[in-house]
Design a protein around this ligand. Structure first.
Ligand SMILES: [Zn+2]
Ligand SMILES: [Zn+2]
Length: 579
């Protein structure tokens, strides 16, 4: 069902690419990109929506709604077909080459008849063809030649877990320089997106120290190759294939630059329009009074938001999804933080596929300051994970109770299970056994290519089992590896909300399932969420940060998350889910 949405989103993205090459109005391009994003993230199939319902979506204007209806009815969009006729077919591929923007692509096409990656490769062998193009210097040509090899790789995105570790390392190293006043990572990484294109790092330093900073940066251990090096901007590629861009900013412009490079583009467009309407201009350098041309604010993000009449907007919310109006009305959510999390409700021991004993697991959770840890090993169908059959589970419950008694007064140790939701929605244990457990996380692990009604019915059946508390990683996706199920999310969310049980945000950075948009839909429908690390080994507890970022992108407050409940409230909730 989500297939229609995916097709429409990809058409809109393609149209945006073509419009860029044709140098169309910037706002038209951004509107098209936004429409693509909105449709892609929608929890409802557009084919089932009326024109009026489409219009009510933020980011969908009349023209966009018309196009969606046209596609649902005819399987194509005339405007899309017309646009494709205006440029050669292979041209948009050139946009994937790092450092090659739409302007240069248009130039290559019009001046040298370069219309694809192949013809660009050919042209690079005859340098005179390219050097004769006005506006294309030797430096740029060298860069294109160098980066061409990475065109394929450039479109690839990296998991947040991987990009985050690298970014933290670069920032920490640069902060050691006395010339560096401030340093931070920006971009989609700072906004906590589940995957990252490249890493943007900003450094505040006196321009006269720029070369010292650049030298240190390019000499750092993970750097494999310097792709581009200018006075204030340097791009490198790490040995692991991630592009990292460093920008050196004058300290007095640091806040404006941080805001600009954190994005999102859509958020920044609305901020710039707001500045305009208040008689100011906003750029990557400053918020400036139009009349006096004096700087109003620039040094920190806080003072820029304040001068725009807005509360500070946390980076995770900067997506133009209603945050600017909320900031104006002092109605931004009080986003959940690491300090609010008091329990881990999904973790494994070596009884199934974890590396920890029950006691070690409880000890780690206690060290984190948690009041509760749930031991939830796999059920019998997970043969490769050494899942427990009924008999082993009964013994496991006794073993957990022994640790529970030993740790009494320190931390609650709950006897639980991560029980498989089988392909038909039945659970892997009988209710008579589930009933003996303090907590039941029900998760899908097999038949994950199910779509539509089959997937929906399967999950609904599990939700309606009276002994289930949490649906673990509800779609079963693995980022960049497995799409997972695509059930009708609104139906799932409503059923879970009616039962009062929680849908999980699995914090493992390969999962992040529920994803941010689904989690936000859940919160809006009054459905509880859980954020669990699904720990199998000691370090897995650190994955919590990625689950938190996803929850924050979903506008989650502590009251929406069962792991934030005080102990009495949590125990009360566990009971309240049961008959
Ligand atoms: Zn699982
Ligand atoms: Zn698990």
């Amino acid at each position: 069902m989500a297939d229609t949405n995916k097709q429409i989103a990809s058409i809109f993205n393609q149209m945006a690419d073509v419009l860029q090459i044709l140098d169309a109005n910037r706002f038209r391009i951004i509107a098209m990109q936004k429409a693509a994003r909105v449709v892609k993230e929608l929890t409802t199939d557009t084919a089932s929506m009326t024109h009026a319902e489409l219009l009510s979506l933020d980011g969908v204007g009349k023209g966009t709604a018309d196009k969606i209806v046209e596609f649902c009815e005819t399987g194509q969009m005339i405007e899309h077909n017309e646009l494709l006729k205006e440029i050669p077919k292979g041209l948009p591929d050139l946009l994937n080459i790092p450092g090659l923007g739409a302007k240069t692509v248009a130039l290559l096409w019009k001046e040298a008849d370069i219309v694809s990656i192949k013809s660009l490769e050919r042209a690079l062998k005859k340098p005179e063809l390219l050097t004769s193009i006005k506006g294309l210097g030797q430096k740029k040509i060298d860069m294109i030649a160098k980066n061409l090899a990475f065109a394929e790789q450039a479109g690839k995105r990296h998991t947040i877990g991987r990009a985050h570790l690298k970014a933290v390392y670069f920032v920490a190293q640069l902060r050691q320089l006395k010339e560096v006043k401030q340093a931070a990572y920006a971009g989609s990484l700072r906004r906590g997106k589940e995957t990252i294109g490249d890493i943007d790092i900003l450094v505040a330093a006196d321009p006269k120290h720029a070369s010292i900073v650049t030298e240190r940066f390019t000499a750092l251990e993970p750097v494999e190759d310097v792709m581009l090096s200018g006075k204030t901007k340097t791009s490198v590629r790490t040995k692991g294939g991630i592009q990292v861009d460093l920008r050196i900013i004058a300290p007095e412009s640091y806040g404006a630059a941080l805001m600009y490079f954190t994005g999102s583009k859509e958020h920044n467009v609305v901020l710039r329009e707001r500045a305009q309407s208040m008689g100011m201009t906003l750029s990557e350098y400053a918020l400036t009074d139009k009349q006096t041309e004096k700087t109003v604010a620039a040094r920190t993000e806080e003072e820029i938001y304040k001068a725009l009449g807005l509360d500070f907007i946390p980076p995770e919310l900067r997506e133009d999804r209603g945050e600017i109006i909320a900031a104006e009305e002092h109605k931004l959510p009080k986003l959940v933080t690491q300090r609010d999390i008091h329990a881990e409700l999904h973790a494994h021991t070596h009884a199934s596929d974890g590396l920890l004993s029950i006691r070690e697991l409880a000890g780690l959770a206690y060290d984190r300051g948690f009041h509760t840890i749930a031991v939830t090993d796999h059920s019998k169908s997970q043969v490769q994970a050494h899942g427990l059959d009924e008999k082993r589970l009964e013994q496991h419950i006794k073993d957990i109770h022994a640790v529970r008694d030993e740790m009494a007064g320190k931390i609650h140790v709950l006897a639980g299970s991560e029980v498989d939701i089988l392909a038909d929605g039945k659970l892997d244990y009988p209710n008579s056994l589930l009933k003996q457990l303090d907590i039941v996380v029900a998760s899908p692990h097999s038949a994950l290519s199910q779509t539509g009604k089959k997937a929906t019915d399967r999950l609904i059946k599990a939700i309606n089992n009276p002994y289930v508390h949490i649906i673990g990683h509800p779609t079963g996706r693995l980022l960049a590896r497995r799409e997972g199920m695509s059930p009708d999310m609104n139906t799932i969310i409503k059923a879970a909300a009616d039962r009062g049980i929680a849908l999980e945000i699995n914090a493992n950075h390969h999962r992040l399932d529920l994803r941010d948009t689904h989690a936000r839909a859940a919160i809006e429908a009054g459905c509880l969420l859980a954020i669990n690390t699904d720990a199998h080994r000691p370090n897995d507890f650190n994955e919590l940060q990625y689950g938190l970022l996803t929850a924050r992108r979903a506008w989650a407050e502590p009251k929406n998350i069962v792991n934030c409940f005080a102990e009495d409230k949590l125990m009360g909730w566990l009971k309240s889910c049961r008959p």
